[in-house]
Design a protein around this ligand. Structure first.
Ligand SMILES: Cc1ncc(COP(=O)(O)O)c(C=O)c1O
Length: 396
Protein backbone atom coordinates (compact mmCIF):
# COMPACT_ATOMS: atom_id res chain seq x y z
CA UNK A 1 0.00 0.00 0.00
CA UNK A 2 1.20 3.50 -0.83
CA UNK A 3 0.65 6.07 1.92
CA UNK A 4 -0.06 9.70 1.17
CA UNK A 5 2.16 11.94 3.29
CA UNK A 6 1.38 14.96 1.09
CA UNK A 7 -2.15 15.29 2.42
CA UNK A 8 -2.59 18.37 4.60
CA UNK A 9 -4.82 17.59 7.56
CA UNK A 10 -6.26 20.43 9.60
CA UNK A 11 -5.30 19.86 13.24
CA UNK A 12 -6.98 22.99 14.56
CA UNK A 13 -9.72 22.20 17.03
CA UNK A 14 -8.16 18.88 18.07
CA UNK A 15 -6.47 20.23 21.22
CA UNK A 16 -3.07 19.80 19.58
CA UNK A 17 -0.35 21.40 21.74
CA UNK A 18 1.56 22.22 18.57
CA UNK A 19 -1.33 24.00 16.83
CA UNK A 20 -3.54 25.40 19.64
CA UNK A 21 -3.75 29.21 19.10
CA UNK A 22 -3.59 30.00 22.83
CA UNK A 23 -0.34 28.05 23.18
CA UNK A 24 1.10 29.61 20.03
CA UNK A 25 0.32 33.02 21.46
CA UNK A 26 2.08 32.14 24.67
CA UNK A 27 5.13 30.63 22.97
CA UNK A 28 5.50 32.85 19.90
CA UNK A 29 3.37 35.85 20.72
CA UNK A 30 0.94 35.24 17.87
CA UNK A 31 -2.05 32.99 17.31
CA UNK A 32 -1.54 32.91 13.54
CA UNK A 33 1.93 31.41 13.73
CA UNK A 34 2.53 28.35 11.53
CA UNK A 35 3.99 25.72 13.88
CA UNK A 36 7.12 23.63 13.31
CA UNK A 37 8.09 23.16 16.95
CA UNK A 38 6.66 20.38 19.20
CA UNK A 39 8.03 17.03 18.04
CA UNK A 40 4.98 15.32 16.69
CA UNK A 41 4.07 14.82 13.04
CA UNK A 42 1.32 16.34 10.93
CA UNK A 43 0.70 12.95 9.28
CA UNK A 44 -2.15 10.55 9.90
CA UNK A 45 -0.95 7.36 11.59
CA UNK A 46 -0.70 3.95 9.91
CA UNK A 47 -4.13 2.44 9.08
CA UNK A 48 -3.70 -0.71 11.25
CA UNK A 49 -3.36 1.58 14.28
CA UNK A 50 -6.58 3.41 13.44
CA UNK A 51 -8.36 0.06 12.87
CA UNK A 52 -7.20 -1.27 16.24
CA UNK A 53 -8.33 1.93 17.98
CA UNK A 54 -11.73 1.91 16.23
CA UNK A 55 -12.34 -1.67 17.26
CA UNK A 56 -11.44 -0.91 20.85
CA UNK A 57 -13.47 2.33 20.93
CA UNK A 58 -16.52 0.53 19.57
CA UNK A 59 -16.42 -1.90 22.46
CA UNK A 60 -17.57 1.00 24.57
CA UNK A 61 -16.06 0.23 27.98
CA UNK A 62 -12.71 1.76 28.90
CA UNK A 63 -12.01 0.50 32.38
CA UNK A 64 -8.70 -0.09 34.17
CA UNK A 65 -6.57 -2.16 31.87
CA UNK A 66 -3.74 -4.62 31.96
CA UNK A 67 -0.99 -5.22 29.43
CA UNK A 68 -1.32 -8.65 27.79
CA UNK A 69 1.64 -10.86 26.86
CA UNK A 70 1.05 -9.98 23.21
CA UNK A 71 1.81 -6.33 24.04
CA UNK A 72 5.21 -7.22 25.46
CA UNK A 73 5.89 -9.59 22.56
CA UNK A 74 5.27 -6.74 20.11
CA UNK A 75 7.96 -4.63 21.85
CA UNK A 76 10.35 -7.59 22.16
CA UNK A 77 9.96 -8.58 18.49
CA UNK A 78 10.36 -5.03 17.25
CA UNK A 79 13.53 -4.50 19.28
CA UNK A 80 15.00 -7.76 18.01
CA UNK A 81 13.93 -7.32 14.40
CA UNK A 82 15.03 -3.69 14.03
CA UNK A 83 18.08 -3.59 16.32
CA UNK A 84 19.12 -7.17 16.97
CA UNK A 85 18.74 -6.74 20.75
CA UNK A 86 16.99 -9.58 22.55
CA UNK A 87 15.15 -8.27 25.57
CA UNK A 88 13.00 -10.05 28.12
CA UNK A 89 9.46 -9.24 29.20
CA UNK A 90 10.51 -8.68 32.82
CA UNK A 91 12.94 -5.98 31.79
CA UNK A 92 10.24 -3.77 30.25
CA UNK A 93 8.58 -1.29 32.57
CA UNK A 94 5.88 1.15 31.58
CA UNK A 95 6.02 4.91 32.05
CA UNK A 96 3.60 7.42 30.54
CA UNK A 97 6.47 9.12 28.74
CA UNK A 98 10.22 9.29 28.57
CA UNK A 99 10.32 12.75 30.12
CA UNK A 100 8.32 11.56 33.15
CA UNK A 101 10.55 8.47 33.22
CA UNK A 102 13.72 10.57 33.28
CA UNK A 103 12.31 12.50 36.23
CA UNK A 104 11.48 9.25 38.07
CA UNK A 105 14.93 7.87 37.20
CA UNK A 106 16.68 10.89 38.64
CA UNK A 107 14.51 10.65 41.78
CA UNK A 108 15.44 6.97 42.07
CA UNK A 109 19.14 6.97 41.31
CA UNK A 110 20.40 10.44 42.22
CA UNK A 111 20.46 12.30 45.47
CA UNK A 112 19.71 16.04 45.47
CA UNK A 113 22.98 17.91 45.14
CA UNK A 114 24.48 15.36 42.77
CA UNK A 115 25.22 16.06 39.12
CA UNK A 116 23.82 14.54 35.95
CA UNK A 117 25.86 14.82 32.77
CA UNK A 118 24.28 15.84 29.45
CA UNK A 119 25.61 16.96 26.08
CA UNK A 120 24.31 20.40 25.16
CA UNK A 121 22.83 21.63 22.97
CA UNK A 122 20.33 18.94 23.88
CA UNK A 123 16.60 18.34 24.38
CA UNK A 124 15.83 20.90 27.10
CA UNK A 125 13.57 18.77 29.35
CA UNK A 126 16.75 16.91 30.39
CA UNK A 127 18.11 20.00 32.16
CA UNK A 128 14.66 20.73 33.60
CA UNK A 129 14.36 17.19 34.97
CA UNK A 130 17.80 17.40 36.57
CA UNK A 131 17.20 20.78 38.17
CA UNK A 132 13.58 20.12 39.17
CA UNK A 133 14.77 17.15 41.19
CA UNK A 134 17.40 19.08 43.12
CA UNK A 135 20.39 17.96 41.06
CA UNK A 136 22.77 19.99 38.90
CA UNK A 137 23.58 19.88 35.21
CA UNK A 138 27.10 18.88 34.20
CA UNK A 139 27.69 19.62 30.53
CA UNK A 140 29.94 17.94 27.99
CA UNK A 141 29.38 20.42 25.14
CA UNK A 142 29.11 18.90 21.71
CA UNK A 143 31.66 20.28 19.29
CA UNK A 144 30.62 21.59 15.87
CA UNK A 145 33.35 20.74 13.38
CA UNK A 146 31.92 22.82 10.54
CA UNK A 147 30.15 19.81 9.10
CA UNK A 148 28.47 18.12 12.02
CA UNK A 149 28.80 17.49 15.74
CA UNK A 150 31.36 15.43 17.63
CA UNK A 151 31.97 14.43 21.22
CA UNK A 152 34.98 15.89 22.98
CA UNK A 153 35.99 12.69 24.78
CA UNK A 154 38.72 14.27 26.83
CA UNK A 155 36.17 16.64 28.31
CA UNK A 156 33.62 13.81 28.60
CA UNK A 157 36.01 11.74 30.70
CA UNK A 158 36.89 14.70 32.86
CA UNK A 159 33.21 15.43 33.50
CA UNK A 160 32.38 11.79 34.23
CA UNK A 161 35.23 11.61 36.74
CA UNK A 162 34.22 14.87 38.47
CA UNK A 163 32.89 14.54 42.01
CA UNK A 164 29.17 13.94 42.47
CA UNK A 165 28.44 12.94 38.84
CA UNK A 166 26.14 9.92 39.17
CA UNK A 167 24.40 9.58 35.83
CA UNK A 168 24.75 10.48 32.17
CA UNK A 169 21.75 11.03 29.88
CA UNK A 170 22.65 9.85 26.40
CA UNK A 171 20.43 11.24 23.66
CA UNK A 172 20.69 8.72 20.85
CA UNK A 173 19.98 9.69 18.10
CA UNK A 174 20.63 13.18 19.31
CA UNK A 175 17.96 15.85 19.43
CA UNK A 176 18.51 18.55 18.14
CA UNK A 177 21.82 18.01 16.28
CA UNK A 178 20.42 14.81 14.68
CA UNK A 179 23.58 12.73 15.02
CA UNK A 180 23.31 8.93 14.97
CA UNK A 181 26.21 7.91 17.20
CA UNK A 182 28.59 5.32 15.80
CA UNK A 183 29.43 2.07 17.55
CA UNK A 184 32.91 3.43 18.29
CA UNK A 185 31.52 6.55 19.95
CA UNK A 186 29.03 4.53 22.01
CA UNK A 187 31.75 2.11 23.04
CA UNK A 188 33.94 4.93 24.34
CA UNK A 189 31.00 6.45 26.22
CA UNK A 190 30.11 3.07 27.71
CA UNK A 191 33.68 2.29 28.82
CA UNK A 192 34.22 5.65 30.46
CA UNK A 193 30.90 5.49 32.34
CA UNK A 194 31.52 1.91 33.40
CA UNK A 195 35.01 2.62 34.73
CA UNK A 196 33.68 5.52 36.78
CA UNK A 197 30.47 3.92 37.97
CA UNK A 198 28.24 6.43 36.23
CA UNK A 199 24.83 5.12 35.22
CA UNK A 200 23.86 5.59 31.57
CA UNK A 201 20.28 6.64 30.89
CA UNK A 202 19.93 6.05 27.16
CA UNK A 203 17.05 8.03 25.68
CA UNK A 204 16.56 6.28 22.35
CA UNK A 205 13.13 7.68 21.52
CA UNK A 206 14.27 8.59 17.98
CA UNK A 207 15.94 5.24 17.28
CA UNK A 208 13.57 4.23 14.48
CA UNK A 209 14.01 7.50 12.63
CA UNK A 210 17.37 6.98 10.97
CA UNK A 211 18.27 7.79 7.37
CA UNK A 212 19.84 5.64 4.72
CA UNK A 213 23.61 5.33 5.23
CA UNK A 214 23.38 5.42 9.04
CA UNK A 215 22.74 2.65 11.53
CA UNK A 216 21.41 3.05 15.02
CA UNK A 217 23.05 0.87 17.64
CA UNK A 218 21.17 0.36 20.86
CA UNK A 219 23.64 1.22 23.60
CA UNK A 220 22.72 -1.65 25.90
CA UNK A 221 22.87 -4.18 23.06
CA UNK A 222 26.63 -3.73 22.68
CA UNK A 223 27.70 -5.92 25.57
CA UNK A 224 26.49 -7.32 28.87
CA UNK A 225 28.44 -4.84 30.97
CA UNK A 226 26.82 -1.89 29.22
CA UNK A 227 23.41 -3.54 29.56
CA UNK A 228 23.94 -3.92 33.31
CA UNK A 229 25.04 -0.30 33.69
CA UNK A 230 22.24 1.32 31.72
CA UNK A 231 18.56 2.03 31.43
CA UNK A 232 17.13 2.28 27.93
CA UNK A 233 14.11 4.39 27.11
CA UNK A 234 12.24 3.71 23.86
CA UNK A 235 8.74 4.53 22.70
CA UNK A 236 6.43 4.20 19.72
CA UNK A 237 5.51 7.86 20.09
CA UNK A 238 7.92 9.57 17.68
CA UNK A 239 8.11 6.62 15.28
CA UNK A 240 4.38 6.19 14.77
CA UNK A 241 3.07 9.62 15.81
CA UNK A 242 1.42 8.40 19.01
CA UNK A 243 2.80 10.92 21.52
CA UNK A 244 -0.66 11.75 22.86
CA UNK A 245 -1.22 8.12 23.80
CA UNK A 246 1.51 8.56 26.40
CA UNK A 247 3.43 5.35 26.45
CA UNK A 248 7.11 4.58 26.77
CA UNK A 249 9.16 1.45 27.37
CA UNK A 250 11.76 1.64 30.11
CA UNK A 251 14.06 -1.33 29.61
CA UNK A 252 16.23 -2.34 32.57
CA UNK A 253 18.19 -5.60 32.31
CA UNK A 254 19.90 -5.09 35.70
CA UNK A 255 17.63 -6.65 38.34
CA UNK A 256 18.78 -4.47 41.21
CA UNK A 257 18.28 -1.25 39.26
CA UNK A 258 14.95 -2.53 37.96
CA UNK A 259 13.55 -3.33 41.38
CA UNK A 260 14.62 0.02 42.70
CA UNK A 261 12.99 1.87 39.81
CA UNK A 262 9.89 -0.29 39.98
CA UNK A 263 9.38 0.50 43.61
CA UNK A 264 9.59 4.23 42.86
CA UNK A 265 6.97 3.81 40.12
CA UNK A 266 4.77 1.94 42.57
CA UNK A 267 5.25 4.62 45.18
CA UNK A 268 3.87 7.09 42.65
CA UNK A 269 1.11 4.71 41.45
CA UNK A 270 2.44 4.65 37.90
CA UNK A 271 1.55 1.45 36.09
CA UNK A 272 -2.01 1.40 34.87
CA UNK A 273 -2.18 2.15 31.19
CA UNK A 274 -4.78 3.72 28.94
CA UNK A 275 -6.65 0.86 27.20
CA UNK A 276 -6.56 2.62 23.83
CA UNK A 277 -2.79 2.96 23.93
CA UNK A 278 -2.37 -0.76 24.62
CA UNK A 279 -4.06 -1.84 21.37
CA UNK A 280 -2.61 1.02 19.33
CA UNK A 281 0.94 0.27 20.33
CA UNK A 282 0.63 -3.42 19.67
CA UNK A 283 -0.72 -2.67 16.19
CA UNK A 284 2.04 -0.12 15.54
CA UNK A 285 4.91 -2.48 16.37
CA UNK A 286 3.31 -5.48 14.65
CA UNK A 287 1.86 -3.85 11.56
CA UNK A 288 3.39 -0.40 11.17
CA UNK A 289 6.72 -1.23 9.58
CA UNK A 290 5.71 -0.66 5.95
CA UNK A 291 4.29 2.76 6.87
CA UNK A 292 7.49 3.64 8.72
CA UNK A 293 9.68 2.73 5.74
CA UNK A 294 7.64 5.02 3.49
CA UNK A 295 7.67 7.75 6.12
CA UNK A 296 11.48 7.69 6.19
CA UNK A 297 11.62 8.12 2.41
CA UNK A 298 9.25 11.09 2.63
CA UNK A 299 11.25 12.68 5.46
CA UNK A 300 14.50 12.26 3.52
CA UNK A 301 12.86 14.03 0.56
CA UNK A 302 11.81 16.84 2.92
CA UNK A 303 15.45 17.20 3.94
CA UNK A 304 16.44 17.61 0.28
CA UNK A 305 13.64 20.11 -0.19
CA UNK A 306 14.88 22.20 2.74
CA UNK A 307 18.46 22.08 1.44
CA UNK A 308 17.45 23.23 -2.02
CA UNK A 309 15.12 25.90 -0.75
CA UNK A 310 17.75 27.37 1.54
CA UNK A 311 20.40 27.32 -1.16
CA UNK A 312 18.18 29.39 -3.40
CA UNK A 313 16.58 31.67 -0.86
CA UNK A 314 18.84 31.95 2.17
CA UNK A 315 22.23 30.88 0.86
CA UNK A 316 24.18 31.55 4.04
CA UNK A 317 21.91 29.36 6.14
CA UNK A 318 22.55 25.67 6.43
CA UNK A 319 20.67 22.61 7.58
CA UNK A 320 23.10 20.37 9.48
CA UNK A 321 22.84 17.12 7.52
CA UNK A 322 20.40 15.01 9.52
CA UNK A 323 21.46 11.45 10.23
CA UNK A 324 18.25 10.74 12.16
CA UNK A 325 15.11 12.27 13.77
CA UNK A 326 12.74 14.61 11.93
CA UNK A 327 14.13 17.67 13.65
CA UNK A 328 16.34 19.84 11.49
CA UNK A 329 19.08 21.90 13.14
CA UNK A 330 19.44 25.11 11.14
CA UNK A 331 22.62 27.13 11.34
CA UNK A 332 21.58 30.77 10.92
CA UNK A 333 24.61 32.32 12.58
CA UNK A 334 25.73 34.18 9.45
CA UNK A 335 22.49 36.14 9.64
CA UNK A 336 22.25 36.61 13.41
CA UNK A 337 24.04 35.22 16.43
CA UNK A 338 21.94 36.99 19.04
CA UNK A 339 19.27 34.45 20.01
CA UNK A 340 16.75 37.03 21.23
CA UNK A 341 16.88 38.93 17.94
CA UNK A 342 16.88 35.83 15.73
CA UNK A 343 14.17 33.91 17.55
CA UNK A 344 12.07 37.02 18.19
CA UNK A 345 12.20 38.14 14.56
CA UNK A 346 11.38 34.72 13.15
CA UNK A 347 8.28 34.51 15.34
CA UNK A 348 7.16 38.13 14.98
CA UNK A 349 8.02 38.93 11.38
CA UNK A 350 7.87 35.44 9.92
CA UNK A 351 4.87 34.21 11.92
CA UNK A 352 6.49 30.83 11.97
CA UNK A 353 7.05 28.76 15.13
CA UNK A 354 10.39 26.97 15.41
CA UNK A 355 12.20 25.94 18.57
CA UNK A 356 14.82 28.53 19.39
CA UNK A 357 18.34 27.14 19.42
CA UNK A 358 18.95 28.87 22.74
CA UNK A 359 16.28 26.67 24.36
CA UNK A 360 18.70 23.75 24.07
CA UNK A 361 21.36 25.33 26.24
CA UNK A 362 24.90 26.56 25.56
CA UNK A 363 25.89 26.24 21.91
CA UNK A 364 22.35 26.79 20.65
CA UNK A 365 22.34 30.54 19.95
CA UNK A 366 22.18 31.33 16.23
CA UNK A 367 20.54 27.99 15.47
CA UNK A 368 16.88 27.05 15.23
CA UNK A 369 15.16 23.66 15.22
CA UNK A 370 12.70 22.95 12.44
CA UNK A 371 10.32 20.00 12.75
CA UNK A 372 9.93 18.89 9.12
CA UNK A 373 7.58 15.95 9.75
CA UNK A 374 4.79 17.57 7.78
CA UNK A 375 3.38 17.62 4.25
CA UNK A 376 5.69 19.38 1.82
CA UNK A 377 3.17 22.11 1.13
CA UNK A 378 3.23 23.16 4.79
CA UNK A 379 6.99 22.87 4.89
CA UNK A 380 7.29 25.16 1.87
CA UNK A 381 5.02 27.77 3.47
CA UNK A 382 7.12 27.59 6.63
CA UNK A 383 10.35 28.06 4.70
CA UNK A 384 8.94 31.02 2.77
CA UNK A 385 8.08 32.70 6.09
CA UNK A 386 11.35 31.77 7.77
CA UNK A 387 13.55 32.98 4.91
CA UNK A 388 11.68 36.25 4.55
CA UNK A 389 12.08 36.98 8.27
CA UNK A 390 15.76 36.04 8.41
CA UNK A 391 16.62 38.01 5.25
CA UNK A 392 15.02 41.00 6.93
CA UNK A 393 17.53 40.80 9.80
CA UNK A 394 20.63 41.01 7.64
CA UNK A 395 21.03 41.22 3.89
CA UNK A 396 24.17 39.40 2.79
C1 LIG B 1 15.06 13.06 23.06
C2 LIG B 1 13.62 13.09 23.47
N1 LIG B 1 13.25 12.45 24.60
C3 LIG B 1 11.96 12.44 25.00
C4 LIG B 1 10.98 13.12 24.28
C5 LIG B 1 9.56 13.13 24.76
O1 LIG B 1 9.21 11.93 25.29
P1 LIG B 1 7.80 11.66 25.94
O2 LIG B 1 6.76 12.32 25.11
O3 LIG B 1 7.73 10.16 25.92
O4 LIG B 1 7.86 12.19 27.32
C6 LIG B 1 11.34 13.79 23.11
C7 LIG B 1 10.34 14.55 22.35
O5 LIG B 1 10.64 15.32 21.51
C8 LIG B 1 12.70 13.77 22.69
O6 LIG B 1 13.09 14.39 21.59
Amino acid sequence: MKYNFDKVIDRKGTNSSKWEPAILKQMFNGEDVLPFWVADMDFKVAPPIIDALKKRVEHGIYGYSTRPDSYYEAIINWTKRRFGWEIKKDWILYAPGIVPAINYLIQTFCVPGEKVLIQQPVYYPFANAIENNGCHVANNPLVFNGEDYEIDFEDFEEKVKAPKVTAFILCSPHNPVSRVWTKEELEKIGEICLENDVLVIADEIHNDLVYSGFTHTMFASMNEEFAQNSITCTAPSKTFNLAGLQTSNIIIPNRKLRLKFESNLERNSIGLQNPLSIVAIEAAYNEGEEWLEQLLVYLAANVKFIDNYLQENLPHARLIKPQGTYLGWLDLRKYETNADILEGTVAKEGKVGLDGGSWFGPGGAGFMRLNYACPRKLLEEGLVRLCKAVRGIKQI
